[in-house]
Design a protein around this ligand. Sequence first.
Ligand SMILES: [Zn+2]
Length: 208
Amino acid sequence: MDSQASTEDLIACPHCDALQRLPELEVGQKAVCIQCDHTLSYSMHESLDRPLACAIAGLILLVLSLSFPFLAFEASGREQSIGLAQSALELSRYGSPILGIVSLAFIIVAPAVILIAVVALLGQLFLNRRPIAGKQLATLIFMLNPWAMVDVFFLGTLISLTKIAELAYLKTGTAFWSFLIFALVFAATMASLDKHTIWKRLESVNNV
Ligand SMILES: [Zn+2]
């Protein structure tokens, strides 16, 4: 029994696969792999305030990004503005329509679902409640995270813009700037969420 319980505590380093046990971490400490120095876990900031606040800010910014014009083009005296979702579709217009839908899923749907799940999970932990669907929410957050490609989209947009700017006069809309801040806030949210700390918090509240 004992040996089974102790093997369950072992985690494999995602970088070099070395099996090891995570030590208890104090606030501000991080655990690194014994073999390759890869960061395995870090203790979250004093509380869950930071990722929770970031996630709420991120959702507000995403709503703003979807409500205002993203870009406006002016050529031959005519101006046309397009929204964020339309920009994503336009960028993949020369690919297949499926590519457009997939890119929308990666830049809007996946990050939105992640942030809603973060607010739902951390909000419940913040209020010291035993989270409803806690494990499912945590699984969803970390499973979807690799599919949220907000930063990749932004880089792609900037590269396309340098080309479009040669053909038409370009204006960035309110949504462009709110989406840029959204990309930074989203990255900050995910950087301040530590998988092991979340699972430990869930285990401890479920065992109370
Ligand atoms: Zn390692």
